[in-house]
Design a protein around this ligand. Structure first.
Ligand code: 8X3
Length: 260
């Protein structure tokens, strides 16, 4: 239990992109640790299955929709407020060189990764502030990527969106300094999830599988565990920025593979 909790009710956390991968693993783990979890994503059927399995509260929401995010914030306000948010919704579309870039794909990446985090954070910030008055502290987690710190050939669309998301988070942290709010940024490297690479490669399973061949990648549970750790540090401890990679990954483009 985080030392920021002083109220009698369980702490309540919103996880976006909760229908699969890191988001689902985080929702599952935080619920298992006794938090009230609002699991938000576009796909209602997946959220409902997660809710049945774990007891999280499902809320259908597309972070690229102003109306959906406003409805989510109104729901949170009407049902007990919020103590923490994990901005996890995001993704990569394509691995094209700049000269071949699909502008629509870049717009989608910017809308989900950057503006999605902006929309959700803006909408829930008043609730987090209100909660911090009684609990002593609230948290904003931003899941960026190692792509937020450096680039790689073919990755400019995703890496530039993730760089922008990181700068949003860093700026917010500076702006909120002095308030009982932490802004925690986590930058995962290669994480093998059901969908990340599949989406990137437009459903090409063989290409997606090849991304993680010959080494042991991180799992969604590894990242969920990291998120839970950052959230449960004492209130005066802010994990400003945490980079996490598989042992076999030296940097964004060097992964030591065997047998491939
Ligand atoms: C995912 C990491 O290496 O595919 O955020 O950019 S990478």
């Amino acid at each position: 239990m985080t030392s920021t909790s002083s109220s009698s009710r369980p702490r309540r956390i919103l996880v976006t992109g909760a229908s699969s991968g890191i988001g689902a693993a985080t929702a599952r783990l935080m619920r298992a640790q006794g938090w009230d979890v609002v699991a938000a994503a576009r796909r209602t059927n997946r959220l409902d299955a997660l809710a049945t399995e774990t007891g999280v509260e499902p809320f259908t929401c597309d972070v690229t929709s102003d109306d959906d995010v406003a409805a989510l914030a109104a729901h949170l306000e009407a049902t007990g407020g919020l103590d923490a948010v994990v901005n996890n919704a995001g993704g990569a579309f394509g691995l094209d060189r700049v000269e071949d870039a699909d502008v629509i794909g870049w717009q989608r990446m910017y809308d989900i990764n950057v503006l999605g985090t902006l929309r959700v954070t803006k909408a829930v910030l008043p609730l987090l502030r209100a909660s911090a008055q009684t609990t002593g502290g609230s948290d904003i987690v931003v899941i960026t990527s190692t792509a937020a710190h450096d680039t790689y050939e073919g990755g400019a669309g995703y890496t530039s969106a993730k760089h922008a998301e990181r700068v949003l988070g860093t700026t917010l942290r500076w702006e909120l300094a002095g308030e009982p709010l932490r802004v925690i940024q986590i930058s995962p490297g290669a994480v093998a999830t059901e969908e990340f690479s599949l989406k990137r490669f437009g459903g090409d399973q063989a290409r997606a599988d090849a991304t993680y061949a010959g080494f042991t990648p991180l799992t969604a549970d590894d990242i969920a565990d990291t998120i839970a750790w950052t959230l449960t540090r004492p209130a005066h401890v802010s994990i400003d920025q945490l980079t996490i990679r598989p042992r076999a990954q030296a940097n964004n483009w060097k992964i030591v593979r065997t047998g491939v």
